[in-house]
Design a protein around this ligand. Structure first.
Ligand SMILES: C[S@@+](CC[C@H](N)C(=O)[O-])C[C@H]1O[C@@H](n2cnc3c(N)ncnc32)[C@H](O)[C@@H]1O
Length: 233
């Protein structure tokens, strides 16, 4: 009898899990099914967006399935204060405002002035500027030296992969009791699986994974997009 391996059947596009599919364009059809059944609205239609960053939204911003997941998760947590590392044009930042408690805020840390400017425009256009505080500067420096008046119920780490471990260490001090930290791109396009990662980002994410493993948090890794890790305080 053929041995079934757990690693052969945990992603929907692996052979065993699509054996009854007889058509073409499996990923496209699966994406459509997921979109339709989770009421995913194309973010470019949901929000009035200025880009002009030099990068495609599809390239740098969270995938709509990830945005939908963040929305669903925060609808359960019902956070008052959220911290985000890495805003790009502010798509995830705006999505994170959707389930804030009354008077709540999303604080987002963005290093580059050009993205910071675009974010400001997008937050104004979508009348979300009162719910968001975007801080310009290197995230690690901001985390080390800014005095935050409150702890955060949800933290989304999605920028400066090279320093993920150091950023996470600062976030451990800022997360509220029972708060959740979500860390994006924890596979870094497969680089973390290399014994010696090829990129500084891969090496940074790998150092973070090693650190967090020893801390024995309650955690879960969702293998969609580039891998998202959830860690419970
Ligand atoms: C993947 S993008 C963020 C995407 C966004 N969270 C979303 O889902 O739409 C990463 C962002 O992190 C920012 N970033 C990179 N290094 C940073 C640093 N040292 N401090 C703060 N932000 C940084 C980049 O400029 C970029 O905007």
């Amino acid at each position: 009898m053929k041995k079934i391996r757990y690693y052969s059947s945990f992603l929907p596009n692996q052979k065993v899990l699509k054996k009854y599919f007889t058509n073409k364009d499996y990923e496209k059809k699966l994406y459509t099914l997921i979109s339709n059944h989770s009421n995913i609205i194309n973010p470019k239609k949901k929000y009035k967006l200025t880009n002009g960053s030099g990068f495609l939204v599809e390239e740098m911003a969270s995938n709509p399935i990830s945005l939908n997941f963040l929305n669903f998760l925060t609808s359960i947590i019902k956070p008052k204060y959220i911290l985000e590392i890495g805003a790009f044009i502010g798509l995830s930042t705006m999505e994170l405002t959707q389930n804030l408690k009354k008077g709540g805020k999303v604080v987002s840390l963005e290093k580059y002035e050009k993205f910071h400017k675009i974010c400001k425009k997008n937050f104004n256009k979508n009348r979300l500027d009162k719910k968001i505080n975007i801080v310009l500067g290197d995230a690690l420096e901001t985390l080390k030296y800014k005095k935050f008046k409150y702890k955060f119920d949800f933290i989304f780490i999605d920028g400066n992969k090279e320093k993920y471990k150091e950023i996470f260490v600062e976030c451990e001090k800022l997360i509220s009791k029972n708060g959740i930290i979500a860390v994006d791109n924890i596979f870094n396009q497969g680089d973390v699986l290399n014994k010696n990662p090829k990129t500084p980002k891969g090496a940074g994410v790998k150092r973070f994974l090693k650190y967090v493993r020893h801390k024995k948090y309650s955690s879960s890794i969702l293998p969609f997009y580039d891998g998202i890790m959830l860690i419970k305080n």
